[in-house]
Design a protein around this ligand. Structure first.
Ligand SMILES: Cc1cc2nc3c(=O)[nH]c(=O)nc-3n(C[C@H](O)[C@H](O)[C@H](O)COP(=O)(O)OP(=O)(O)OC[C@H]3O[C@@H](n4cnc5c(N)ncnc54)[C@H](O)[C@@H]3O)c2cc1C
Length: 381
């Protein structure tokens, strides 16, 4: 038997996350979006609730939960604001990478303060010349005594300029994935600088900047994991990152659907409430079905990661592509069912559409997800 019933514990922390989302995020989400405000004080509140290191081990301050637990929490958080939920998911991914691949000293130095979210983290893989083809990255790390000298540029880095620690993937060896190592870089390192906050369609409540490294000296002790393992580390972080981002799409879509049902009860056309129109009822049925199917594949992928199943990478790619595509469509349908009001920012629906759009692009585009899935289908048959 497969049990889809959340445990008492899962219900409890999902309720806690939803309470935080509805009380602290949702009432401010439109204003933060308009002002392009990154609410670090509210992130610290999330940290105090154990949301900064959800699936990091508890000996370094993490909450020690699993991946199914995590996707339930990110869905709940995104009901308040997909952008803030998504930044918390990136931060969690970084903390987990340090917990999993870091030395005892690195875990002790970073994880406890990342867990409280008094200290924030960014993930630096993408470059101007290497996006989908990330293993072609060209940032160089050259050994110099007990240090490495890093030179290069990272593009589209979430949280950059505000974050305190950066996980930077850089080339220590030959071309290809085996020549890449990961480094922990502190914000005040000489030679590190940041570009302007990018002007973008959504995700306005978190900054996106370039990260520039000019002969930046980083102690060799800051290498995360073994030399040449940086690309594997970056990809294993993304398995969890992808389902968490998908969970943020799911929470956004569920919130848009809920708001749409409420709106359709009130709004009248041709002498009756929209909710009484059979064609629109069918539309709601389709939206609700998409959301439920998305939740099911998401839990399946998360549970395969918890089980360390060999098919976990493929399932996470399937879930990321399917959930982010379908949940974007649901949010867009919710906008349509609001008529002209859906297009106004005060109703909050157009913001959800704008925020969810980028989930189809980042942490590996949905074309790259199809590439991962198709490779595995072809290899198996
Ligand atoms: C708001 C935002 C925040 C981000 N945050 C981060 C972050 O914190 N850290 C980080 O490292 N990166 C981050 N990214 C970068 C993101 O992961 C990349 O944008 C993404 O991986 C795509 O890379 P690209 O933009 O260079 O597109 P390209 O790789 O240039 O792709 C362009 C198009 O070609 C398609 N394509 C490319 N290759 C193939 C192929 N082989 N088969 C089929 N289609 C293909 C792509 O799917 C896409 O549609 C962020 C991006 C955005 C927009």
């Amino acid at each position: 038997m497969i049990d889809f019933t959340p445990s008492e514990d899962q219900l409890a922390f999902r309720e806690m996350a939803e309470g935080f989302a509805l009380n602290e995020l949702r009432p401010n989400a439109i204003e933060w979006d308009e002002a392009k405000h990154f609410p670090t004080d509210v992130l610290a509140q999330a940290g105090a609730l154990g949301l900064g290191a959800i699936y990091t081990r508890d000996d370094v301050g993490g909450s020690g939960l699993g991946r199914v637990d995590s996707v339930m929490i990110f869905e709940a958080l995104a009901k308040g604001c997909p952008t803030i939920a998504a930044y918390i998911s990136i931060h969690n991914m970084c903390c987990w990478m340090i917990d999993t691949y870091g030395t005892g000293d690195q875990r002790a130095a970073w994880c406890p303060k990342l867990a409280t979210m008094d200290t924030l983290a960014s993930y630096c893989l993408t470059e101007p010349g290497a996006g989908s083809d990330a293993s072609a990255l060209s940032t160089r790390a050259v050994k110099d005594g007990d240090d490495y000298l890093l030179t290069g540029q990272k593009q589209f880095i979430s949280g950059a300029g505000t974050s305190d620690v950066y996980i930077v993937m850089a080339r220590t060896g030959d071309a290809g994935p085996g020549g890449i190592s990961a480094f922990l870089v502190e914000k005040d390192t000489p030679g590190l600088s940041f570009g302007a906050n990018e002007r973008k369609m959504g995700w306005n409540a978190q900054p996106t900047r370039t990260v520039n490294m000019d002969n930046m000296r980083v102690p060799a002790a800051n290498m995360l994991g073994a030399e040449g393992k940086g690309f594997n580390i970056a990809m294993s972080g993304l398995n969890g990152g992808r389902i968490n981002i998908a969970a943020c799409s799911l929470g956004g879509a569920q919130a848009a659907l809920d708001a749409t049902v409420a709106y359709m009860r009130d709004r009248k056309a041709f002498g009756k409430a929209l909710i009484a129109m059979p064609t629109l009822q069918f539309r709601l049925a389709e939206m609700a079905t998409k959301v439920e199917v998305a939740r099911t594949i998401l839990w399946r992928a998360a549970s395969s990661l918890d089980a360390k199943a060999p098919e976990a990478t493929t399932l996470c790619a399937m879930a990321k592509q399917f959930v982010t595509d379908e949940c974007f469509n649901v949010a867009n349908d919710a906008l349509q069912l609001h008529g002209g009001y859906g297009y106004l920012s005060e109703y909050g629906i157009e913001k959800i559409v704008r925020d969810l759009r980028v989930h189809q692009i980042l942490e590996g585009t949905n074309e790259i997800m199809r590439l991962i899935v198709s490779r595995s289908v072809i290899a198996e048959n």
